[in-house]
Structure formats: C-alpha cells, structure tokens
Design a binder for this molecule. Structure first.
Ligand SMILES: [Zn+2]
Length: 318
C-alpha cells in the first residue's frame, strides 16, 4: 500500500462522514420543523384561537373550563405539570387570573414561559380596554381594577388576541412563520365574515336593554348593540344583596325591562327571583368557549349568544 491509496481511502471516509452529517442535519431540522409547540392557555377562548393560528403545529391544553368562573380557579397540581412542559403560555392578563396564574407560574419554574420571556403571551396587549377605573377600589371588593378584563367577548378583540398569539408562536418557532401567518389571516377573514352576519342578526334589536348578573358583557354590548342597565352584583365579585335585588326589581319595572343575562357558573336563584317579580326571563349566555357542549369554538361562542339574545328579545314585549 502506498500513501496514495491511504489518501484515497481517507477521502472516501471523509465523503461518507460528510454525507452522513448532511443526512443527520436535514433529518433533525425537518424533525424540528414538525415538532409541535406545547401551548397552555388559561381560558378555553384562548385555546380555540391558539388552535386556529397554530393549526397542526401546536398541542393546546387549557387550565380553566368554559363553565368555570375565570376569576376563581383552583390552581391544581396537575396544571403545574402542564405548565412545566409548555413552550408557550397564553393568559388573559389584567387582574382576571390574579388569584391563580402567579402561583402556577411560580410552581412550574419554567423559564420559557415566565413573564417577559419568549413563550409568555399576554393576550391583553393592544386591547382597547373598557371601564378603566379612575381610582383603584379593590378594598371595596371590586375585582376589575385595571379595566374590564372580559375583553374576549368582542370578536373585534379576537383578532388582537390572535395577533398576540401569532407573535408568541413565531418567537418560539420562527421557521413556521409563513404557516402561522396564513392561519392567522384565514382566522381574521372568517371572523370578519361572521361579524357581518352577527351584526345583521342583531340589527333589529339594537339598543335593547337588559340586566346582567356580573359586569362581564361590555365588550359583547359593543359588538352586538344591546345595553346593560345594571347588575345583580352590587360590585363585580360581590354577590347580590337583598337591597340590590330590590333596587333592580324597581328599575326593571320602571323601565319596562324584562331580560336578565347570567353566566352558567353563577347561582341562578337571585336572577329567577327578580324575573318572577318583573314578569321577565333569565337567559344563560356562554361567557366562554365550551360553556355548553355545542359551543366548541370562538365562532360558536357568538353564534350561541346571538341566538339566545334573539330568542329573548323576540319573546319579550319590550
Ligand atoms: Zn369579571
């Protein structure tokens, strides 16, 4: 064997190693592109929008159910496990989940999803908030201290939420930017089409007045054109008192208002008591996706509420 043969053998080895390395690199990069992002959302509404934008490149789990009061969720240990494995965490923000998100984030100790890191998505960013208080009054029991946090109930805000989620997904998986962008655009187009449909359905009832249990509908009022006159809760988070119920009965009689709206997670007895006194009816609206079995997506949420409000306004004489 001369040195020439050795060299030939060496160069063959080098080529083989290079080919192997090339195969390995392309295999790992394609595997990485197909890796699903693990997304955890606080609410089902965020889950529905995250699925719309993330498509088949995300696995989404949610913490609160759609029929649970989002202000008060028990931070169970099983949620911590979900957050430990998350690539992206999406929260409504403001003070909505103040009692349960900070303890979950602290316990999960996942640096990828801590506030300020690439995987943390505050869905309230750029949302035009309603009812921002001039002074903070939490000591009086008010649980909407930064403005009304139920902003997902205006589909216009659904687009902003989708944009915030899009940005978070792209930060965590930039190679899927075009795919996520296309999904986001399709979601916004469909929302525009449906918003025109909902507005048309509600147009005959524009300005119709009603009473609500909790102050959680101002964004839906904006979207659908009805007016909430007052609330069974004297302040957000404070259960109805006899004097508040008496005040509401007087108001409904005086103003000839016959409809009360309530979320599925509140006790219905005080609303029914008022309804009996004013010859009115109680309408249980979906305040989140999955509030009822047929409300499976963010689009269903508005389809459902538009249908219930139409029924209520058609049967009420005023
Ligand atoms: Zn609230």
């Amino acid at each position: 064997m001369n040195r020439f043969h050795f060299r030939r053998a060496d160069s063959k080895k080098v080529v083989a190693v290079l080919l192997l390395a090339l195969c390995f690199t392309s295999f790992t990069s394609s595997a990485y592109a197909q890796k699903k992002l693990n997304v955890v959302t606080t609410l089902t509404d965020l889950k529905s929008i995250a699925l719309a934008v993330g498509g088949d490149r995300v696995d989404v789990t949610t913490i609160a159910t759609g029929y649970q009061n989002p202000h008060f969720v028990d931070p169970k240990p099983s949620f911590i496990m979900k957050m430990t494995r998350a690539d992206v965490f999406v929260t409504i923000g403001l003070d909505l989940e103040l009692g349960w998100v900070p303890p979950l984030l602290n316990s999960a100790r996942n640096p990828d999803i801590l506030k300020g890191s690439a995987g943390y998505v505050d869905a309230s960013e750029n949302i035009p908030l309603l009812q921002i208080p001039v002074s903070i009054s939490r000591e009086q029991g008010d649980i909407h201290i930064y403005g009304n946090p139920h902003y997902w109930l205006d589909p216009q805000n659904g687009k902003i939420i989708a944009r915030n989620i899009l940005d978070g997904l792209v930060r965590r998986q930039p190679e899927s930017r075009d795919y996520f962008n296309a999904n986001y655009n399709a979601f916004v187009d469909e929302l525009d089409r449906k918003m025109a449909e909902w507005a048309a359905a509600m147009a005959p009832y524009r300005g119709r007045r009603l009473i609500a249990y909790h102050n959680q509908w101002p964004y839906l009022e904006t979207a659908l054109g009805f007016v909430v006159l007052d609330f069974l809760e004297p302040k957000p988070g404070i259960p109805p008192t006899p004097s508040q119920l008496a005040k509401i009965i007087g108001l409904m009689k005086r103003e000839s208002v016959h409809t009360l709206i309530i979320s599925p997670y509140f006790r219905v007895d005080s609303a029914e008591l008022v309804a009996r006194n004013v010859d009115g009816s109680v309408v249980i609206l979906a305040s989140s996706v999955e509030a009822f079995p047929e409300v499976k997506t963010y689009f269903d949420l508005f389809d459902y509420n538009v249908a219930r409000l139409k029924e209520a306004f058609q049967t009420a004489t005023h």
